[in-house]
Write a protein that binds this ligand. Structure first.
Ligand SMILES: *[C@@H]1O[C@H](CO)[C@@H](O)[C@H](O)[C@H]1NC(C)=O
Ligand SMILES: *[C@@H]1O[C@H](CO)[C@@H](O)[C@H](O)[C@H]1NC(C)=O
Ligand SMILES: *[C@@H]1O[C@H](CO)[C@@H](O)[C@H](O)[C@H]1NC(C)=O
Ligand SMILES: *[C@@H]1O[C@H](CO)[C@@H](O)[C@H](O)[C@H]1NC(C)=O
Ligand SMILES: *[C@@H]1O[C@H](CO)[C@@H](O)[C@H](O)[C@H]1NC(C)=O
Length: 455
């Protein structure tokens, strides 16, 4: 029957793919390369209610030196190779600390995905075998490459993407009954949608596809129609706007993890007047020509500047200027106040947690210890607050946590209130129409046309 040959071949191909993925997983389970074989097993005490603190590694430092009491999950970058012994060991360490482990994988498919094509099945099989090799509890799927190619993504695109992710979830979950593998999708700061709003619907993505959504802190770099100037890595007002847009497109707060940068950026100014650092530009703004600075870099080269930095209340972030080789520079970074405000936002909006990028940023690469030691710095950016506060919902917890962190509550509260006030004022101008909130346990979400370009 020649007409049936195609579909049959097709099923055979599909079976081979699934079978090979399955065999890979069996092989991997019998092949634990950790010193202690137990470390290939999931050891986390399950509590689905609790907040998450994902900490990302970019393989610069030994994760063993990190402060594990405030981490729930270690996520390694897509460049990590299972065959590299040192990189593989990060998984053993995470499990030995009774924490979850995850790896990142880029979404390499694009456009309107054909969910039954060979390419798609191949991609799923690759993710499945990686998950088995890494003994991972979390698969972090980076959707940024997808949305970058598909700037005007439509509802149909999102639906197909959701089916693909659901199939991926089913594939990785199949055969592992002892624990639930989570799919965490890494997304840009605001929904990547065409102008026509009806074309933008992430409801399937949030119910079927991704268990969690991680807002990538590096994604605030689209500057269309915005002045070409240095700015905070996460402008606070944009952050609030982006989250409200996701809410409007059916991604609830309880599924969102806020990525926070622990590094800063050094911008070279073409001109610096009134604290505004104008960047080099032709038709395009070369915003990406900025130099990443880890906290250790800042401490070793700019400790005096760092301690005397200014604080921009609108962006909710500290910065300082310096001059080198006749060039003016502006450095934007994070400090306890700016991080605390982000942690507070996570708490107050009821987000699922934070994703620290990167744990490596705190570890000093210096031969001799500067005036901060690593352990001190971990507790200094005290995100344990998130974990502590989640135990008891009362707001009073924050007072306790604040005291622990040694940060002045009054100042912070004022800062946050001002931050929100400014945000509201700035955004109010462009409010289109209030819409019904789609969940009753959240403050109502309003629709905005666009963020204020002056922010
Ligand atoms: C898909 O895979 C099957 C089996 O591996 C193969 O026979 C077929 O030619 C492939 N189709 C395409 C479009 O690559
Ligand atoms: C999707 O892929 C399958 C298998 O390669 C093919 O038979 C089908 O025609 C494709 N669908 C579309 C809409 O391209
Ligand atoms: C996306 O849509 C905008 C208008 O909504 C249009 O100007 C732009 O060319 C589109 N981009 C692509 C890649 O189709
Ligand atoms: C799960 O794996 C089994 C083999 O262990 C296979 O028979 C079954 O079809 C798989 N289910 C799905 C949904 O992939
Ligand atoms: C710190 O200063 C040293 C010496 O001045 C220089 O070589 C190094 O590049 C600086 N590091 C950063 C991150 O600016």
């Amino acid at each position: 029957m020649p007409f049936n040959a195609g579909p049959e071949m097709w099923h055979i191909g599909k079976t081979i793919l699934l079978l090979s993925a399955f065999l890979c997983s069996v092989y991997a389970a019998k092949n634990c390369r950790c010193e202690n074989e137990e470390d290939c097993k999931q050891q986390y005490e399950k509590d689905s209610q609790s907040k998450e603190v994902y900490v990302f590694s970019n393989e610069e430092t030994d994760v063993e030196t990190w402060s594990w009491n405030s981490i729930t999950t270690l996520i390694v970058s897509a460049s990590f190779d299972y065959n590299n012994a040192a990189q593989f060991k990060t998984m053993c360490v995470a499990h030995s600390k009774k924490r979850k482990f995850g790896f990142t994988v880029d979404m390499t498919l694009n456009g309107q995905i054909n969910v039954t094509s060979n390419e798609t099945l191949q991609w799923i099989a690759t993710v499945k075998s990686k998950q088995a090799q890494w003994h991972a509890e979390v698969v972090a799927i980076n959707l940024l490459p997808y949305f970058k190619n598909d700037v005007n993504s439509s509802t149909k695109d999102h639906e197909n993407l959701a089916v693909l992710l659901k199939n991926t979830k089913d594939a990785v979950r199949n055969g592992s009954t002892s624990y639930t593998i989570q799919i965490a999708c890494i997304i840009p700061w605001r929904p990547p949608c065409s102008e026509i709003e009806e074309e933008c619907d992430f409801s399937k993505l949030s119910t079927d596809g991704c268990d969690l959504f991680i807002i990538n802190p590096e994604s605030f770099t689209d500057l269309d129609g915005v002045k070409c100037m240095a700015r905070a890595t996460i402008p606070f007002s944009k952050l609030v706007y982006g989250i409200s847009e996701y809410n409007a497109h059916h991604i609830p707060n309880k599924q969102i993890i806020l990525g926070v940068p622990w590094h800063g950026y050094d911008y070279t100014c073409q001109q610096l007047t009134n604290e505004v650092c104008i960047l080099d530009h032709d038709e395009k703004c070369h915003y990406a020509d900025r130099k990443m600075m880890s906290h250790a870099d800042l401490m070793s080269n700019f400790s005096a500047k760092y301690l005397k930095s200014d604080f921009n209340e609108l962006y909710n972030a500290p910065y300082f200027n310096y001059e080198k080789n006749d060039k003016q520079h502006q450095v934007w970074f994070e400090n306890p106040s700016s991080l605390m405000n982000k942690y507070r936002l996570v708490h107050e909006l009821g987000l699922k947690g934070i994703g620290v990028m990167y744990g490596d940023d705190l570890v000093s690469h210096l031969p001799r210890k500067m005036f901060f030691d690593d352990q001190e710095m971990w507790s200094w950016v005290n995100h344990e607050i998130i974990l502590q506060a989640s135990q008891k919902p009362a707001r009073n917890d924050f007072h306790y946590a604040d005291t622990v962190a040694g940060v002045a509550v009054g100042c912070l509260l004022l800062g946050t209130v001002l931050g929100f006030l400014f945000t509201c004022l700035a955004l109010r101008k462009r409010v289109k129409k209030p819409k019904e909130p789609f969940a009753s346990d959240r403050p109502s979400v309003e629709e905005f046309v666009d963020e204020d370009p002056n922010l």
